[in-house]
Ligand binder design. Structure first.
Ligand code: ZN
Length: 172
């Protein structure tokens, strides 16, 4: 079998703005995508990755903050509490860091890769990562949380990313 690699999509790619579709039936293909996503996340030095970031508009995410790998299908935040603001980066918006205000604690319901229901209670960094990845499934990016001043600060960077997406098709 040839080695498959997923390409990380960068700001400017329309797939990042699409609402990802819920997975109706989890198949071997979804499990394969989830493991390739985990591989890309580790290789990119990320702690979370959502399927739209690799060009697949389905509700699949992976996350590992150093306490084990989670592969989640159709994840939803069902309850949240408190607030926190952490400087976040994103593999799809390289070179940009935004302080994002999110819930400090979240309860997430999802399916695992074998279609078993999963209920997670996450706090602090893990809560932040889950909310960030679930945002990707809605087409939301960290830059959407930027203040006016931050928007000015990152404007140049974003136009460079967008331009490179248009002109540079050859990604090595
Ligand atoms: Zn991201």
């Amino acid at each position: 079998m040839p080695e498959t690699r997923l390409e990380i999509k960068v700001f400017g790619d329309p797939v990042l703005r699409k609402k990802a579709k819920p997975v109706k039936k989890i198949t071997a293909e979804h499990r394969e995508i989830l493991s390739l996503m985990a591989q890309s996340m580790y290789e990119g030095g990320g702690i979370g990755l959502a399927a739209p970031q690799v060009g697949i508009s389905s509700q699949l995410i992976v996350a590992d903050i150093g306490e084990g790998l989670y592969k989640l299908v159709n994840p939803k935040v069902v309850k949240c509490r408190g607030s926190q603001a952490i400087q976040e980066g994103c593999l799809s918006v390289p070179g940009v860091c935004i302080k994002v205000k999110r819930a400090k604690q979240v309860w997430v319901e999802a399916l695992d890769e074998n279609a078993n229901p999963v209920k997670l209670e996450a706090k602090d960094l893990f809560a932040c990562v889950l909310q960030h990845e679930i945002d990707h499934l809605k087409g939301t990016l960290i830059i959407d949380y930027a203040s006016l001043l931050e928007k000015l600060r990152i404007k140049r960077r974003l136009s460079v990313l967008k331009e490179s997406n248009k002109t540079c098709k050859l990604k090595l």
